[in-house]
Design a protein around this ligand. Structure first.
Ligand SMILES: Cc1ncc(COP(=O)(O)O)c(C=O)c1O
Length: 426
């Protein structure tokens, strides 16, 4: 089902008018479809049902408590990368035994917090981290279960800033070093190696990188077992691509086809850590046009949302569909979106108010003519949108609204100027 759709020239989310919600709560505003979040989770879960994986939602993609709670209700566990994310997951009612903890820089206090909370496992990223976990577990007299996060040197063919499975990145442990750690763990009385983990990067639009990484992981798994390690979990990470433009990614069935046979061969239970494909297409960011500006060189549509609200285009050169909330024609997909000849479209840069030339949502984009005070929807904004937002230029963060059962519910009010400075001292 299409959760964001045009009816009679106006954009609706599950039957609720985007224009009315934006008018009521103001702009910029993130508008989520609860129905879409649940559908996406169920579609993911169904695609992998044959191996009954533990699905640990990567809450870095969107950490809002309302979103986490919906996913917890759906049965999700959580993939976390900080003490703050652990706090959020628990606050949303997560079962600690469904939480796995990755990240290259876990501090002592974060490790203690996770051990005291009884999480399922750490995904360990270095020998030094392993030593630290072992020492803290001994101090606390607590068992620490862990997986080794492997770096298979496999290219996920995505932006270099979101590539994590290649050797030149800071993530994971190469196979030779990991083999040494498997030995060392044997002398750590409270540390138990229960899994192997990999996360190649994000977004990944083809199943091939997973296939290659899993082949390498299974060879390594065999050698671990030969050394007596009792590995129960195979954590394949996240990264599953979504359609930002239209038609650019494999679908879930393709990813499942690459992953399921390897999981079966491993004899382990799988952990999967999807983030983007659960929430990415479950939200739009709505912004109001402030000015249309022509410089002689170019035409700019200047909006009230900026890179502080959605940094992906600036940081990763990412593509988001942007389209007027009021439009006789629905937002075009794929190559059509770049066609400047249809329907009197005008080629514009869609930019924000932030004092950076990187502050844009789209460059040289054909758009129907828009005017001051028109609303624009930035699509596929649910993942790494609000969660990467900031107060840059002292701009209060946007509000968030959830559309559920035919009505809109504020899940996070717009930040006020007062709130931005409330904890500061001078
Ligand atoms: C360890 C780990 N797991 C899972 C994810 C989620 O990736 P995605 O949102 O693309 O599914 C990330 C994202 O960076 C990650 O670092």
């Amino acid at each position: 089902m299409e959760h964001f759709a045009y009816q009679d020239g106006l954009l609706f989310c599950d039957g609720v008018s985007i224009a009315e919600v934006s008018q009521q709560y103001g702009t910029p505003i993130y508008i989520y479809s609860e129905h879409a979040i649940r559908d996406n989770f169920r579609a993911f879960s169904d695609a992998f049902a044959e191996v009954n994986p533990l699905i640990c939602y990567a809450l870095k993609a969107n950490y809002s408590l309302a979103v986490c709670k919906i996913l917890r209700e759906e049965g999700a566990g959580f993939d976390i990368v900080s003490g703050g994310e652990l706090f959020r997951a628990l606050k949303a009612g997560a079962d600690p035994k469904k939480i796995c903890y990755a990240g290259v820089g876990k501090t002592r206090s974060e490790i203690e917090y996770a051990l005291n909370s009884g999480i399922l496992m750490f995904n360990v990223e270095s020998g030094a981290e392993l030593d630290r976990i072992s020492a803290i577990a001994s101090n606390l007299g607590t068992r620490a279960d862990l997986a080794l996060r492997l770096n298979p040197d496999v290219d996920p063919h995505t932006h270099k800033y979101t590539t994590t499975g290649k050797k030149w990145t800071k993530f994971g442990i190469g196979f030779d070093a990991a083999a040494g750690l498997v030995q060392r763990i044997k002398d750590m009385p409270l540390v138990h190696l229960v899994g192997l983990h990999v996360h190649l990067g994000s977004p990944i639009n083809s199943p091939e990188p997973y296939r290659r990484a899993l082949d390498l992981m299974l060879d390594f798994l065999e050698s671990c077992r030969e050394q007596g390690a009792q590995i129960e979990w195979l954590d394949v990470g996240g990264g599953y691509g979504i359609e930002y433009k239209g038609g650019e990614t494999a679908d879930l069935a393709d990813f499942a086809q690459a992953i399921i046979p390897a999981v079966k061969r491993s004899g382990c239970r799988a952990i999967l850590e999807p983030g983007r494909c659960i929430v990415g297409n479950a939200a739009v960011l709505v912004t109001r046009v402030q000015y249309v500006k022509e410089t002689g060189e170019k035409k700019f549509v200047i909006c009230d949302a900026g890179m502080n609200d959605l940094i992906r285009p600036a940081l990763y050169d990412s593509y988001h569909r942007v389209w007027p909330v009021s439009s006789a024609e629905p937002v075009p997909y794929g190559a059509e979106a770049l066609d400047a000849k249809t329907g009197g479209r005008v080629v514009v840069d869609i930019a924000g108010p932030v004092c950076e030339s990187a502050d844009f949502f789209a460059k040289d984009r054909p758009l129907p003519p828009v005017r001051q005070d028109d609303l624009l929807a930035v699509f596929s904004a649910g993942a790494y949108g609000y969660s990467m937002s900031s107060n840059y230029n002292s701009r209060p963060r946007a509000c968030e609204v959830m559309i559920s059962g035919g009505s809109a519910r504020l899940i996070r009010p717009r930040e006020s100027h007062e709130q931005m400075v409330a904890d500061e001292r001078f």
